[in-house]
Design a protein around this ligand. Structure first.
Ligand SMILES: NC(=O)C1=CN([C@@H]2O[C@H](COP(=O)(O)OP(=O)(O)OC[C@H]3O[C@@H](n4cnc5c(N)ncnc54)[C@H](OP(=O)(O)O)[C@@H]3O)[C@@H](O)[C@H]2O)C=CC1
Ligand SMILES: O=CC(=O)O
Length: 293
């Protein structure tokens, strides 16, 4: 199967490499074109523009940072829309809001193409290992066509029905994840500032009912102050912001998510946006005081 792949950031690079490893023919494009070279070394071809990739490939996948990037790659000059049409499918796996997805879907359908949104749950390592959870919605025929690729990229795909449902599900999941990261950070800070060992707290958590892979993975590196980005904090804050907007639209009160969003915003304002989202601990640690007053 031949696919195009637009966006070779942390996730896109791992996903495109995975497709290549599994025998897919992949044509890649990235805004910073030099980033394509690593994929070329693995056997990828390069398209000079998103339009060139879509012209060449029947199916094109995108993995871009946020709504404005997703819209720009479709609607701007040399974008997807210039070449999409009958018999071609576009699959956006970026985390965006439902309105962005709907706008892209409508434009592509107007040109006769098919569209699926398919954001993913799972970070850099699951992307490398083909263990993502795919939250798809939109054109069911295109979804079915993409199953061989989804089977390589993920451990499970959900088809959630009409366009927007994939985006919404992803935002709900990441809203919970961001709040949990804040709760863990506050807990580590409270343990530390009240004379307990944060490492012992992690050990206790890991044996109880609230044990989870995220605390287990991120906890130890947080204690070392090591925030090599798997999931950049700026993207987590974008997801909190979009989830809160979804809450606004539906009159759902989310005080925990709102407070967590403030912490992520604070972290961004301190220049931590490109670090892993667990770097929010630096903000909450700072807010903890010495505990010795
Ligand atoms: N990292 C993670 O753990 C996960 C991330 N996600 C989501 O996946 C998406 C990608 O994340 P990730 O790979 O981590 O992000 P990165 O920041 O590593 O990569 C972002 C990509 O988007 C491109 N991009 C940004 N702005 C534009 C633009 N205006 N026009 C064209 N391309 C643009 C970048 O190009 P350039 O190289 O030129 O900057 C790069 O290819 C995000 O929506 C994120 O929320 C979902 C699950 C997990
Ligand atoms: O969106 C991030 C993730 O880990 O999932």
């Amino acid at each position: 199967m031949e696919v195009g792949f637009l966006g070779l950031g942390i996730m896109g690079k791992a996903m495109a490499a995975n497709l290549l490893r599994h025998g897919f023919r992949v044509t890649v494009w990235n805004r910073t074109l030099s980033k394509c070279q690593e994929l070329v070394a693995l056997g990828a071809a390069v398209g000079e523009t998103p339009a060139a990739v879509v012209a060449k490939c029947r199916y094109t996948i995108a993995m871009l940072s946020d709504p404005s990037a997703a819209l720009s790659v479709v609607f701007d000059k040399d974008g997807v829309l210039e070449q999409i049409g009958e018999g071609k499918g576009y699959v956006d796996m970026s985390t965006v809001d439902a309105a962005t997805s709907c706008k892209i879907s409508e434009a592509i359908k107007q040109k006769g193409g098919a569209f699926v949104e398919a954001p993913v749950s799972g970070s850099k390592k699951p992307a490398e290992d083909g263990q993502l959870v795919i939250l798809a919605a939109g054109d069911k025929v295109l979804y079915d066509d993409m199953v061989p690729a989804f089977d390589v990229l993920g451990k499970k795909s959900f088809f959630l029905g009409e366009i927007g449902n994939g985006a919404k599900m992803k935002l709900v999941v990441n809203m919970i994840m961001g709040s949990m990261m804040n709760a863990l950070s506050e807990g580590l800070s409270l343990a530390d500032n009240s004379g307990l060992s944060p490492q012992t707290l992690l050990d206790v958590l890991d044996l109880g009912a609230i044990a989870n892979p995220m605390f287990k993975l991120k906890g130890p590196s947080m204690l070392q102050g090591s925030y090599n980005p798997a999931f950049p904090l700026k993207h987590q804050q974008k997801d909190m912001r979009l989830a809160l907007a979804l809450g606004d639209e539906n009159a759902v009160s989310m005080p925990v998510a709102a407070a967590s969003n403030e912490a992520f915003k604070k972290a961004r304002s301190l220049g931590l946006g490109d670090l892993d989202f667990s770097a929010v601990y630096e903000v909450l640690k700072g807010a903890g005081g010495s505990g010795k007053a």
